[in-house]
Design a protein around this ligand. Structure first.
Ligand code: HEC
Length: 307
């Protein structure tokens, strides 16, 4: 049955009575043959589409540039080149900064202790880190929630039980979860770095600071409710690196970048492999294409009208 059907359709396709199609294709293919009104209408639609796109782009950039905000300059991160992986020593130090400074106010809900294993800590070290945290679990047989030391499968502890508590403790401002912060902000880790290191004491005219607000030129609007968090020697690194403010900021940004893109190293490694493989394949494909097209490119088509 399917054979019959196939044969019938094939014959229909091969049949050479396609004069109306050719005629139709000729009339459809040129703008020239359209009536004047249609040309004007098409032109207007084109102009509208181009104008709309231009306006959307212009509006978008005015909104960003119109706010009182300084765009962070690009920094030479140890992981920013196409062939660079993360500095894992820096990730480990960054975790120390997060744990001892930022975790007082910011959660890191999407990072579990097990994620640290093989990245910045060994399994035993990560277990020890987890055990320092107290986690609410339950209910037990009596139906009550209880506290237990953390396990590798637990996420980093949240400093506040809910958003309202976080706002109440921070003058109404909500310290955002830091898991994806470097992907969530314009300027990425450059922004976070400058935000942490560029607090200014002199407030320029036009910036009105509310209660508990500080001036930071990199924060949109300039008035931020987070006090300067990093100072020289605010913590002591366990590997003995001098804990200057820029060092602390660089390490915590590298750590936060890893939190937001844990697949970063794997992605770049895969990218290198793909580029190598596909460039080899493209040579083979080019050869195959030339090979298969020889017949088509060297043939000659003649048209002999029937007498
Ligand atoms: C005392 C509490 C506190 C500490 C400690 C703290 N922050 Fe914040 N952070 C805040 C608050 C509150 C906000 C919200 C500010 C606002 O919206 O005005 C904030 C906002 C932020 C933002 C987002 C800014 C934006 O563009 O919305 C980042 C990034 C940030 N903090 C990073 C850090 C890092 C990194 C650390 C550790 C080095 C840290 N914070 C330590 C309270 C804190």
């Amino acid at each position: 049955m399917s054979g019959l059907f196939g044969r019938a359709t094939k014959q229909a396709l091969l049949r050479a009575n396609c004069t109306p199609c050719v005629h139709q294709a000729n009339t459809m293919s040129t703008f020239r043959n359209l009536s004047k009104a249609k040309k004007i209408a098409l032109g207007a639609i084109g102009a509208l589409a181009a104008g709309g796109t231009g306006m959307a782009i212009a509006l978008n950039s005015t909104v960003t540039a119109g706010e009182l905000v300084l765009h962070p300059p690009k920094l030479p991160w140890s992981h920013s080149g196409p062939l660079d992986s993360f500095d894992h020593g820096s990730i480990r130090r960054g975790y120390e900064v997060y744990k001892q400074v930022c975790s007082a106010c910011h959660s890191l809900n999407y990072i579990n202790y097990r994620n640290l294993v093989g990245i910045s800590h060994t399994e035993d070290e990560a277990k020890a880190e987890a055990q320092e945290a107290l986690v609410t679990d339950g209910p037990n047989e009596a139906g009550e929630m209880f506290q237990r030391p953390g396990k590798l499968s637990d996420p980093m502890p949240n400093p506040y039980p809910n958003e309202e508590a976080a706002r109440a403790a921070n003058n109404g401002a909500y310290p955002p979860d830091l898991s994806f912060i470097t992907s969530a902000r314009h300027g990425k880790e450059d922004y976070v770095y400058h935000l942490l290191t560029c607090y200014c004491d002199d407030v320029p005219a036009g910036v009105n600071l509310g209660e508990g607000q500080y001036f930071n030129p990199y924060f949109p609007g300039g008035a931020i409710s987070m006090a300067k968090a990093l100072y020289n020697e605010i913590i002591e690194y366990e590997d003995g690196t001098p804990a200057t403010t820029p060092q602390l900021a660089k390490d915590v940004c590298t750590f936060l970048k890893w939190c937001a893109e844990p697949e970063h190293d794997r992605r770049k490694k895969l990218g290198i492999k793909c580029i190598m493989l596909f460039s080899m394949l493209s040579v083979a494909i080019y050869y195959m294409k030339r090979h298969k097209f020889t017949v088509i490119k060297s043939r000659k088509i003649e048209y002999r009208p029937r007498k």
